[in-house]
Ligand binder design. Structure first.
Ligand code: IPM
Ligand code: MG
Length: 352
């Protein structure tokens, strides 16, 4: 098949990990006889430095006309919270412009990595869950105000926004353990009371063989660490999803190994590892490319409907890890670690 993929390296370790993701895409194209046209475009802090805008129009146009977008990471101390223009604004805008309201963050522990997690290995065995994070609404996108003495961020959700994200969770749960956990703060927030009501109705009416359980976000944060195996599909609003998925990443050993897919109606999607730009290790060539490479697998699956190819990439990552390939973040203490490029090499070798 022919496909057009916008490649957005971004800031910090973004360019390093995206380079490995691109190599995997090239190898898949070669091996399976596809033609992927990959176009690089400036974004985030890098684009602010070039043009003053984190999401220049040319980059947005490239993304809108692509079948899929592969993104590294954005942000850094150079464009911190007090800067007038910030890379994060570009990230929120691109999610909105692409209409990718559902952010899927699967968390599955590779058995060979159970000892590299900060959490006790016996708690982790069998962890296999997916977060469905609402990505284009809530407090991230509400009106903001600021005076010398006060600041406000408005959180709002419509019935339609909750319905569509709940449907994504319901469909996903249907193909898995048929359990949806909806996470909210309905003991305090009005948006959460709406969320709970709508999520309950959609699952009951449209997914009769899927069960739904509601949990308050503080309690969910605790149970995620206490009994992570019990969770299957977790659906939640934008900010709770942001926070809980970083916590969830610890169940899979490292932020560096986790991919994400952001999807909407239609096939186009945005694929990014869940880790950030990690300015402290940027340019050192030691970042873990696995999160990006597994995001490439999700891209092949969701946007290009290439299931065989997606499984091949996931299989190659598993094999490389089984064979002992480790970047510093997942290496055992005192054991030598691979560079980003060497980890990419190990995965490419396993793909052949
Ligand atoms: C994420 C990130 C972003 C978010 C930041 C960089 C704006 O933390 O993708 O989880 O909060 O959505
Ligand atoms: Mg986050």
């Amino acid at each position: 098949m022919k496909a057009r993929i916008a490649v957005i390296a971004g800031d910090g370790i973004g360019p390093e990990v995206v380079a490995e993701g691109t190599r995997v895409l090239e190898r898949v194209a070669e091996k399976f006889g596809h033609e992927f046209q990959m176009n690089a475009a400036p974004f985030g802090g890098a684009a602010i430095d070039l043009t003053g805008d984190p999401l220049p129009k040319a980059t947005l146009d490239e993304c809108l006309s692509a079948d899929a977008v592969l993104l590294g990471a954005i942000g850094g101390p150079k464009w911190g919270p007090s800067s007038p223009v910030r890379p994060e604004q570009g990230l929120l805008r691109i999610r909105r412009e692409l209409g990718v309201y559902a952010n899927l963050r699967p968390i599955k522990l590779h058995p060979a990595l159970r000892d590299s997690s900060a959490i006790k290995p016996e708690v982790l065995d069998g962890v296999d869950l997916v977060f469905v994070r609402e990505l284009t609404g809530g407090i991230y996108f509400g009106e903001k105000t600021r005076t010398a003495t006060t600041a406000t961020d408005l959180c709002s959700y419509s019935v339609a926004e909750v319905e569509r994200i709940t449907r994504v969770a319901g469909r996903l749960a249907s193909s898995r353990r048929k359990q949806v956990f909806s996470i909210d703060k309905s003991n305090v927030l009005e948006t959460s009371r709406l969320w709970r009501e709508v999520a309950e109705r959609v699952i009951k009416q449209e997914f009769p063989d899927v069960s739904i359980e509601h949990m308050l976000v503080d309690s969910a944060a605790m149970h995620l660490i206490r009994r992570p195996r019990d969770f299957d599909v977790l659906v939640t609003e934008n900010m709770f999803g942001d926070i809980l998925t970083d916590e969830g990443a610890m169940l899979a050993s490292s932020l560096g190994v986790l991919p994400s897919a952001s999807i909407g109606e239609g096939r186009r999607g945005l694929y990014e590892p869940i880790h950030g730009s990690a300015p402290d290790i940027a340019g050192k060539g030691i970042a873990n490319p696995v999160g990006t490479i597994l995001s490439v697998a999700m891209l092949l699956r969701h946007s290009l409907a290439l299931e065989t190819e997606a499984l091949a990439v996931e299989g190659a990552v598993n094999k490389a890890i089984e064979d002992g390939a480790r970047t510093a973040d997942i290496a055992e203490k005192g054991r030598p670690a691979l560079t980003t490029r060497q980890m990419g090499d190990a995965i490419l070798a396993a793909l052949d």
